[in-house]
Ligand binder design. Structure first.
Ligand code: M6R
Length: 619
């Protein structure tokens, strides 16, 4: 995930910024860079790869008191020296770093190029430097404000100008940025851990705010249309917050575990996953990430989806989405089993490999097998840039979830679902299976998911209380129908892998074909009900459980839960209502939270559960 650092003061800025970037290494990155401003101008050093590779270049930078730096996690443009931040305008006078995604970068790029700007990269950030150049009339903050009004998407930006030494201008919109306050020096960072050794006093910028940071102080302005000079309104003194966290706790953003932090990062991750890919209401992939022409999409005969563990659960939802929205026969297969089933690969078969790490050996082997057997095209839905899988396939669709450190996959799963949903929706529209209006409505559903995920996170308190009881159990059953069945498969995996409780997921209608024999008084059953059409049937299955004395926790939308008649001990967990096709994105969040709190109650090693690894590179 990208990181930003800035420093203005009297110390060696390049060394401080480099040190601060090293403190963000745990978040993952593929390239890094630093720009220093001294009396002779701006010097930049940037490099693809680890910070260790940037280090020798940093030593050549001037010793001066002002610098900005960046670690990049590629989204637009492959990781390379030239694509690394900082980026500059035509003159080299304006230099900036940026986190996030500029959704309208294409339109802005075309306009700026038509106006005579020459760009050196495909990176969306470079467009911002040129846009600020276009607006610059001797006041950097005013130019940033004017540019910000034209930018769409999520962004945190730090800019310096050769003609305005001793000043960093920062802008935040939907991407975190904090200012660290020192004595005779001030700092800027996307994340507190970066600058925690230097200060414990912070000011957080809010969305739509510009910070002007100098050695002596900090001024914060709010961007408002039509008020004040350039629409900048000075924000009154804001009380700094004092952060009393140890660096390790700060890396976890104040959460006790990476898993909980990553669960709570889902609204942001989902927003990034769709950002720039749903335009004018429709799914439109960015250049170079979905290399299929409309003709190719229409020619497809079959889709295989391959993955392991959580990624396989995402494939199951992907199959469901592709068949329903695009009308193409699709099959989700465990990558570890693919080879042994001697798969039949009809002509013009697309193979979609899903993997957070992009390093899972079983998935890589399955893709090779599919290619040998004549798969027509291969596409990876992957989170880790430049991973092995990205080199094996024809096309890559990045999940943009940011690094997932906890072994238990959370935000990787939900962003995989959204990526697959975008693929299915696009294919369905191109093949005429869904109308333009339906495609737009579905696109809007996907855009609404971050907010719905936020709503689902409200279940945290209830799940924490419920966990005290579930943690005493040794067997837990999960049931659901349709997409809810697919969601509970992921829910049970979460519970078993981190709490070590035996958990099983069943299609609700299957209970009576065997498993009901295990339902005795007090046995907990987690039921998921997100689809109003299927809810009455699942409700009957819940009654079968109740009739045998089972204890029910029902997770679902209000409309579905209204169909249940439960007892005193049973628990209802309401999550936001959402299109049932994509509902696992929302319902699974409640199950992730339950798994987390149960594991915490049982005192397990949540981020590194026993016997498991984050990246499984053995067969
Ligand atoms: O990196 P991948 O997505 O290919 O990993 C696949 C599985 O090993 C992974 O999803 C695993 O099941 C998770 N730890 C479950 O939380």
């Amino acid at each position: 995930m990208c990181g930003i650092v800035g420093y203005v003061g009297t110390r060696d800025a390049a060394s401080i910024v480099f040190d601060a970037l090293c403190r963000l290494e745990y978040r993952g990155y593929d390239s890094a860079g630093i720009a220093v401003l001294d009396s002779s101008g701006i010097c930049t050093a940037k490099r693809k790869g680890r910070l260790a590779e940037l280090s020798p270049l940093v030593k050549t930078l001037p010793r001066a008191g002002q610098a900005i730096g960046h670690t990049r996690w590629a989204t637009h443009g492959a990781p390379s020296d030239i694509n690394s931040h900082p980026h500059c305008d035509c003159t080299g006078d304006i230099v900036l770093v940026h986190n996030g995604i500029i959704e309208n970068h294409r339109e802005l790029r075309e306009r700026l190029i038509a106006g005579g700007h020459v760009m050196k990269t495909e990176v969306d950030t470079e467009v911002v430097a040129h846009l600020i150049e276009e607006k610059y009339r001797g006041d950097l903050a005013a130019a940033v404000a004017e540019a910000a009004r034209e930018l769409e998407g999520a962004m945190a930006i730090a800019v310096i100008h050769r003609g305005e030494p001793g000043r960093i201008v920062a802008y935040r919109e939907k991407s975190p940025l904090i200012i660290g306050l020192g004595e005779g020096e001030n700092f800027l960072a996307s994340d507190i851990p970066a600058i925690l050794p230097y200060t414990r006093k912070f000011l957080a910028l809010n969305d739509g705010e510009i910070g002007v940071i100098t050695e002596e102080g900090v001024a914060v302005y709010r961007l408002e249309k039509g008020s004040g000079a350039n629409g900048l309104v000075k924000v009154g003194d804001r009380q700094p917050m004092v952060v009393d966290l140890e660096p390790e706790a700060a890396e976890k953003g104040g959460f006790d575990h990476f898993m909980l932090k990553e669960i709570f990062e889902q609204p942001e991750a989902l927003m990034k996953a769709v950002s720039g890919r749903i335009r004018d209401g429709r799914v439109k992939f960015e250049e170079g990430e979905f290399g299929f022409s409309d003709e190719d999409v229409r020619a497809l005969n079959k889709v295989y989806l391959l993955g392991c563990g959580t990624a396989y659960h995402a494939c199951l939802v992907g199959k469901h989405l592709i068949e329903r929205l695009a009308g193409i026969p699709a099959e989700a297969v465990l990558a570890s089993e693919f080879r042994y089933m001697e798969p039949l690969i009809p002509e013009r078969t697309l193979v979609i490999a899903v993997s957070q790490s992009g390093e899972t050996l079983d998935t890589l082997a399955a893709v090779r097998e599919a290619k040998e057997r004549g798969a027509w095209r291969t596409l990876a839905v992957v989170n880790q840039p430049l991973s092995s899988l990205t080199r094996e396939v024809d096309d890559v669709l990045y999940q943009r979830a940011g690094p997932e450190i906890s072994v238990a996959s959370t935000k990787a799963y939900t962003t995989q679902l959204v990526c697959l949903a975008m693929v299915a929706c696009h294919m369905g529209f191109v093949r005429g299976r869904i109308s333009e209006d339906q495609a737009r409505a579905f696109g809007q559903e996907l855009r609404n998911l971050p907010e719905k995920a936020l709503g689902a996170l409200e279940a945290a308190g209830l799940m924490e209380r419920l966990a005290v009881e579930i943690a005493k159990e040794e067997d837990v059953f999960f049931i659901g129908r349709g997409a809810d069945y697919l969601a509970v498969m992921e829910g049970q995996l979460k519970l078993k892998e981190i709490s070590y409780i035996h958990a099983e997921a069943y299609a609700a209608g299957e209970l009576k074909h065997g498993t009901l024999a295990l339902i005795a008084p007090g046995v907990p059953v987690i039921a998921c009900l997100m689809d109003p059409e299927l809810a009455p049937k699942t409700a009957s299955n819940v009654m079968e459980v109740k009739a045998r004395g089972g204890w029910v926790v029902a997770i679902g939308s209000q409309e579905c839960l209204n169909q249940l008649q439960l007892g005193e001990k049973d628990v209802l967990v309401t999550v936001p209502d959402v299109n049932p096709l994509i509902s696992p994105v929302v319902s699974v969040i409640a199950m992730q939270l339950l798994a987390y709190y149960v594991a915490r109650e049982r005192g397990t090693d949540i981020d590194k559960p026993r016997n498991l690894a984050k990246s499984v590179t053995v067969e």
